[in-house]
Design a protein. Structure first.
Lengths: 305, 376
């Protein structure tokens, strides 16, 4: 049984179709990264899956429960972490956890709260107001509260936005630990390094699912060719290359320039005279996930809400 | 260009304010709607010298003197005899219930005394819980009744045609006409109305504005649980307010309390429940806390004006009285005044209690129907 198995989801707000015929299958224990530009429909799709929005069309099952009719059962077994911190800032850490434990009717409440506090390493700060926590700690608290009832599916909506690299690293370690224990995770993100830590990624743009697969698959399927240019006068080279036929992306990376195109011959032709310049080296490079996404984003119309 | 004041900068601020004002439709509607409503309500509904007050007649004799006096009272427009009571006890009940504002008793020996040339007596009992409402009717009474009797006896006005009519006036429940007796119990209702509705009207909008609603909805709490969880704490707050107002009414204003305390507390409980549910219903309609407070205020204003708190209910035209009936405060004011000042029992205030229960049911059903389990 798939943890998520939805087909043809459609959601419209007014005359704007925010989610357009999205289908998705996620196996139990899988960590799936959900990527796409701002306003592409990631949050809306996640909200449909946890029963916060009713789809205008489409159907499916989440954890084996019907998306349209068994919303309450889904809510009991799904943990949803919102993009913005949505616990009570005027309650202490312990009071927030206590509230969640009671809503899910976890018994005994005190033990669940104490265990969660201990796991978080927050036992000594239990009486601190949640609103006074830093971004990283708020995120840890939110995650802990979301998994307190031991959900089978975790939906995370840009969980690491505004969190420092160390906290992000720890967050992802935790996600992988949970997935090892059988938890399924769907996580939306803008960070490429996070996408690469997922078992599989799904890319959505303009409300449409453009591609899905492992990072290697997605990069390979994109069929992009990348050359790395290094040497003096890179700014001038970049300006010169941008208008040339066969060059689809020119992006500076430190002391090098990544030049990306989908047609190898045209790209090599465009680069031939650059390679001949004095001191300039042109070497084949690996296409990165980011290159692929920039390509996707350029290919679909902007859908900023 | 001045460092401290530039018309250009002021212009930018003004344009921004007007754009924001225009975007917030509810506020805009309030700014136009509230003055208009005030004007119409104040202008047409409020009358501090009410006419056509319901009255009961207790008259065992059916002679022409009695009829003359009754018709004379009726032509003043102050009285409307729509109850004829067979006994003083029945009339008493009518007044305790608030069905009539006056009881006019014409004794059975009235005609005999007139014919014999003795001083005839009539008894007018006025419900003086609201002293201002009955004062006009009482003050015109003696002269009119006497004139009607003289006319009936065939005596020219002003001439001495026998012993004068003795009109005995009883101001019931509040013989000294102390207006605090009317205002203070009423204030209990007004204070509860203001605080309870306001506090609960932001119940959901606060969750939405703080972003906690999304999380709350994602967790397994049912709409009924959320509703009760939101409104029940305010029953406790209301309870504290009730205790403060009742004790103050007794200690500082010496308002009499002749009825049953448990009955009053029971009625208050139902009233407060209706109020918090009304507030919660508002919070399912409003989109922001600001809108919620405006809607609560929008409800508060007519509650004060047409409920009978500030101005005599009977003084208002029919449409305004009908409008008053759909406000919980109207019914509560009748209950609190009847129980505290008149010692009314459950049977006497049964209709008003039924109304209040009706509001509780109506607002809870409306709120549950309005509540959205989703963010759609």
């Amino acid at each position: 049984m798939s943890a998520i198995d939805v087909h043809g989801l459609v959601k419209r707000f007014g005359d704007k179709t925010v989610v357009d015929n999205v289908s998705m299958q996620v196996a139990p224990g899988e960590i799936v990264g959900f990527l796409g530009p701002n306003g592409s429909g990631k949050t809306t799709t996640i909200r449909i899956m946890c029963g916060l929005l009713t789809p205008d069309a489409g159907s499916g099952r989440v954890l084996g429960y019907d998306l349209l009719t068994e919303g309450l059962k889904i809510k009991r077994e799904v943990g949803y972490m919102t993009q913005k911190f949505s616990f009570y800032e005027d309650l202490t850490i312990a009071e927030n956890l206590d509230f969640v434990a009671r809503l899910y009717r976890l018994k005994p409440v005190a033990t669940h709260v104490a265990d969660t506090l201990a796991d978080l390493g927050m036992t000594s700060r239990r009486n601190q107001l949640a609103g006074t926590l830093s971004g990283g700690w708020k995120q840890r608290l939110a995650l802990a509260a979301c998994i307190m009832h031991q959900p089978k599916l975790l939906l995370l909506d840009e969980p690491t936005a505004g969190v420092d690299p160390k906290a992000r690293r720890e967050f992802w370690d935790e996600i992988h630990r949970l997935a090892r224990d059988g938890l399924t995770v769907l996580v939306s993100t803008h960070y490429m390094d996070e996408a690469e830590r997922c078992h599989r990624i799904a890319y959505i743009s303009y409300g449409r699912m453009l591609t899905t697969g492992s990072v290697a698959d997605v990069v390979a399927n994109a069929g992009l060719v990348t050359y790395i240019v290094s040497g003096p006068g890179l700014a001038g080279i970049a300006a010169a290359l941008e208008s040339r036929d066969g060059v689809e992306q020119v992006a500076p990376f430190g002391a090098t320039l990544h030049v990306v195109g989908s047609d190898r011959q045209k790209l090599e032709a465009a680069l031939s005279d650059i390679a001949a310049r004095d001191g300039v080296a042109v070497a084949p490079g690996e296409t990165s996930l980011e290159d692929v996404f920039i390509q996707f984003m350029a290919g679909s119309k902007d859908n900023m809400a | 260009m001045n460092r401290f004041f530039s018309l250009g900068r002021l212009g930018a601020l003004l344009v921004k304010e007007f754009i924001q004002m225009r975007r917030d439709r509810v506020t805009f509607a309030m700014m136009l709607g509230v003055p208009l409503m005030q004007l119409l309500l104040f202008g047409y509904a409020i009358n501090t010298d009410p006419k056509s007050l319901p009255a009961a007649l207790v008259a065992t004799g059916n002679d022409h003197y009695t009829r003359a006096i009754v018709s004379a009272l009726q032509t003043t427009n102050y009285y409307r005899f729509d109850h004829v009571a067979d006994s003083a006890t029945e009339a008493e009940r009518l007044m305790a219930r608030g069905a009539v504002s006056f009881v006019v008793t014409i004794p059975s020996d009235f005609a005999r005394r007139v014919d014999r040339g003795e001083a005839p007596q009539i008894l007018i009992e006025a419900d003086a819980t609201d002293p201002s409402a009955s004062s006009g009717a009482v003050s015109t009474l003696s002269t009119l009744a006497a004139r009607a009797l003289d006319h009936e006896r065939g005596v020219a006005p002003g001439a001495r045609g026998g012993p004068a009519l003795d009109v005995v006036v009883h101001r019931r429940y509040n013989p000294e006409g102390i207006s605090q007796y009317n205002i203070v119990p009423g204030l209990l209702g007004v204070i509860l109305q203001m605080t309870m509705v306001m506090m609960t009207s932001i119940a959901l909008t606060r969750e939405i504005e703080r972003g906690t609603m999304e999380n709350l909805l994602a967790m397994p709490a049912s709409p009924a649980e959320i509703m009760l969880g939101k409104v029940l704490p305010y029953l406790v707050v209301g309870g504290v307010q009730v205790a403060v107002v009742l004790v103050t009414a007794k200690l500082l204003f010496s308002v009499p309390f002749v009825g049953s305390l448990p009955l009053l507390l029971g009625a208050i409980l139902i009233f407060v429940l209706a109020l918090v549910l009304l507030g919660y219903t508002i919070s399912t309609i409003a989109r922001t806390q600001m809108q919620a407070l405006q809607l609560a205020f929008f409800f508060f204003l007519p509650s004060i004006l047409v409920s009978g708190f500030m101005f005599p209910y009977r003084g208002m035209p029919g449409w305004a009285q009908l409008f008053g009936e759909i406000l919980p405060l109207t019914h509560f004011l009748r209950v609190v005044r009847a129980v505290m000042l008149k010692g009314a029992d459950l049977a006497a205030i049964g209709t008003e209690i039924a109304w209040l229960i009706g509001f509780v049911v109506f607002f809870s059903v409306l709120a549950l129907l309005r509540f959205r389990r989703t963010l759609d």
